[in-house]
Each structure stands twice: as structure tokens, then as C-alpha cells.
Design a protein around this ligand. Structure first.
Ligand SMILES: Cc1ncc(COP(=O)(O)O)c(C=O)c1O
Length: 385
């Protein structure tokens, strides 16, 4: 892969960076565009705020074209966690209601579901999805087996965090629909890592991050909600948008969904306002092709490191995007991660999932085969000591 992509990003050139999946990484041009918006804000805050809703609409329009949905069905949030909390707290769960999910979900999402279930007496059901993961059909079958008359919602990751697997979002939404159950996809890792059409997946709710694989500045995420469900979602923060709109105010649209969630008190939206420029950047740099190359490099990394560690892949190739998790034998994942960072300047997460330790390699445009060889050499040296 062309190494000059690295010069577009702001990463420390001394560091071999394999952790794009956690907090993304922003191209310098886009970061500078955010700074420009911030200067515009400070030059004339009143004008910036007056124009804000039109500018937000612009950003929603660009993003809606990118993820294939209507611009008025998405609203920006700071992160998927806030978007997900908004839905969870509006569900009005009753004792015995069941949320059907998997044992691969992201920690903060599990904690949120545990919290709301503790409060309401609902249950969070974590369907076991064994690894190696090799069949969509089997996945759907495992979930379907756990559907009961109490199942209120199916919640799954589109791409999982620890295990870095692509799950069958479309098939699960179809399954939920056929049983009259709500569907909610945690798409934190999907936009730009894999082609995404919300229309095709047809979820009731979909939360996604722009600050991961789309490479936006931090604090840019979205929540899609199906039109007929929008009025049932309360804002997580009550502010102006919840009140009666003053006549002619630019801050209110005809949609309660937008009114309720867009304004949560004064904040700087400059990160969000870079979205049209960001999408232009992704298109100008043929990011669909970049993602394909990254996928191939991720498979190369998976094979190299699995061979070195003498472990088997945890899925077939089709369930891998730009991230891959590899089982690793270590007594102390935290110590190994710190050692790679301190002694080799390699940033990579080593985590535990279901009593297995996994090292997760994220491949973005700036990663190269040489980076993978560096990791391989470092792991070889650590394991030989
Ligand atoms: C699968 C998944 N969902 C949700 C999140 C939450 O993202 P954020 O911290 O940006 O809200 C993450 C973060 O890594 C994740 O991996």
C-alpha cells in the first residue's frame, strides 16, 4: 500500500500504529477544516449559531448519501455510546422483557444494558456465538433459538470490538422484523470499513461512528431511527428543542426527532461541520479501494501473526474487514500491550474475551507490510525471552 498515505495523517511517525479501531485517526486537512470552523465560531458566535442548523443539515445530507438513508432520519451525537443510551432509556422496558444479543458486544454497551435491566427487571440475553465463526446462517439460527414471546429487541454489533468480526446485520434485522421485534445495530466500526447501506439493512435503530473508520475528528457519530419510531425516542438531555418552538426560529425544524436530539445545550459543532469535506476527501482518495487494500493487508497480517503464534484464525476471511483479532498466549495482556508500546513503539490492543486473550490488528491506509513485520519481529523477540 502506498506509504504516502501516512503523511496525510497526524500520527507520530516514530510509532507503528495498529489501533485505528479504538479512536480512529484524522487526516490533517480535515483536522484543519475543524480548526477553521472553530475560528469562524469565535469570530462571530451569534452568526455561527444562526447558521448552525443549515450547516448541520448540510452535514446530515452528505452523511446520508454516504450511508444510504434519508438525511432527516439521522441525527449527530458525540459518540455511539450517547446515541445508544438515548434509545435504551426510551424503551420503557418492563419486568421480564428480554433484549436479545450476543456474547461479543462492546463493554460499555453491556454495562448500559445491565444498568437498564437492573432498573426495570428486564433481561439481557447474551447468545453464545462460538469461534471460529464461519456461518451467517448458523449465527441467525443461534439468535432465533433464543427468541421468546418476551423478546423486545435484538441488539448486535455490525462489526464486533474484541473479536473484530462482521456480523450479519441485514439478516438479523429481517429476522427481528419477521417476529415483530425491534432491531438495533451497533455500527460503531462499520462506516467506511465496509460498504454501508442503511436502506438495505433496514434496521429500526442504527448507531454509527464517523470518528473511527471514516477518520473524522473525535466526537462525530450518528443515530439512525426509522421514521415511525422517531416520536417514541426521548432526548437524553432536555433542552430548547423539547420546548414549544418560537415562531420563525431557525433553531427548529418540523421534525421532533431533529429538534429533540440536535440541541443539547451550547457546544462546539465544528467537528460535525467537517463531514462534507471529509466525505469529499474519502471519495477523492478512492477510499473504497483503500478499504479493499486494507482488508487484504489485514488478512496478510492475520496469516503472518497466526503462523508466528501457532494459532488458528477465529473466522473465515469473509467476516473480516480492516481489523483482525488473533488468539495469543499470554499471562498478562496488559503487560504485553505496555511492553509493545514502551520497548517497540507499537500501539496495539491486547485484550481478554471469554477467557481468551486476543491481539487486535487494525489496518488503515497508513499501515504497510513493514509495520506487520515490525510487529512480528517484536512478538518473536518477546516470546523468545
Ligand atoms: C462495537 C463498539 N460499539 C460502541 C463503541 C463505543 O464507541 P464510543 O466510545 O465512540 O462511543 C465501540 C468503541 O470502541 C465499539 O467498539
Amino acid at each position: 500500500m502506498a506509504n504516502d498515505f501516512k503523511s496525510l495523517f497526524m500520527l507520530d511517525p516514530e510509532v507503528t500504529y495498529f489501533n485505528h479501531g479504538a479512536y480512529g485517526g484524522c487526516p490533517e486537512d480535515i483536522f484543519n477544516a475543524m480548526l477553521e470552523w472553530q475560528k469562524t465560531l469565535e469570530k462571530n458566535p451569534s452568526k455561527y449559531m444562526e447558521e448552525l442548523y443549515d450547516n448541520l443539515e448540510n452535514s446530515r445530507y452528505s452523511l446520508s448519501k454516504y450511508i444510504d438513508c434519508d438525511k432527516d432520519d439521522i441525527v449527530f451525537f458525540n459518540n455511539p455510546t450517547t446515541a445508544m443510551n438515548t434509545i435504551v432509556k426510551s424503551l420503557n422496558l418492563n419486568p421480564g422483557d428480554e433484549i436479545l444479543s450476543t456474547d461479543h458486544e462492546y463493554g460499555a454497551m453491556n454495562i448500559t444494558w445491565d444498568y437498564i435491566c437492573e432498573k426495570t427487571g428486564a433481561k439481557f440475553i447474551r447468545t453464545e456465538i462460538p469461534i471460529p465463526y464461519e456461518s451467517k446462517k448458523q449465527f441467525v439460527h443461534e439468535i432465533e433459538k433464543n427468541i421468546t414471546s418476551k423478546t423486545k429487541m435484538i441488539f448486535i454489533s455490525h462489526i464486533t470490538s474484541s473479536t473484530a468480526l462482521i456480523f450479519p446485520a441485514k439478516e438479523i434485522c429481517e429476522l427481528a422484523k419477521s417476529h415483530n421485534i425491534l432491531s438495533f445495530i451497533d455500527g460503531a466500526h462499520a462506516p467506511s470499513q465496509i460498504p454501508l447501506s442503511i436502506k438495505e439493512i433496514n434496521p429500526d435503530f442504527y448507531a454509527g461512528a464517523c470518528h473511527k473508520w471514516m477518520c473524522s475528528p473525535k466526537g462525530v457519530a450518528f443515530l439512525y431511527t426509522k421514521r415511525i419510531l422517531q416520536d417514541s425516542i426521548d432526548p437524553i438531555i432536555i433542552s430548547h428543542g423539547f420546548g414549544k418552538p418560537p415562531k420563525g426560529s431557525k433553531l427548529y425544524s418540523g421534525s421532533n426527532y431533529l429538534n429533540y436530539h440536535q440541541w443539547q445545550g451550547t457546544r462546539d459543532f465544528s467537528n460535525v461541520l467537517t463531514v462534507p469535506k471529509l466525505i469529499q476527501f474519502l471519495n477523492d482518495n478512492d477510499w473504497v479501494n483503500v478499504a479493499k487494500n486494507c482488508h487484504n493487508l489485514a488478512l496478510y497480517a492475520r496469516n503472518e501473526i497466526s503462523n508466528l503464534l501457532d494459532t488458528q484464525p477465529i473466522s473465515s476471511d469473509e467476516y473480516i474487514g480492516q481489523m483482525t483479532s488473533i488468539p495469543i498466549d499470554t499471562d498478562d495482556p496488559g503487560k504485553l500491550k505496555a511492553e509493545l508500546s514502551k520497548n517497540y513503539k507499537i500501539e496495539i490492543p491486547v485484550t481478554s474475551w471469554n477467557n481468551k486473550n486476543l491481539i487486535r490488528i487494525s489496518i488503515q491506509a497508513y499501515n504497510t507490510k513493514e509495520d506487520i513485520h515490525k510487529l512480528s519481529d517484536a512478538l518473536h523477540e518477546i516470546r523468545s525471552n
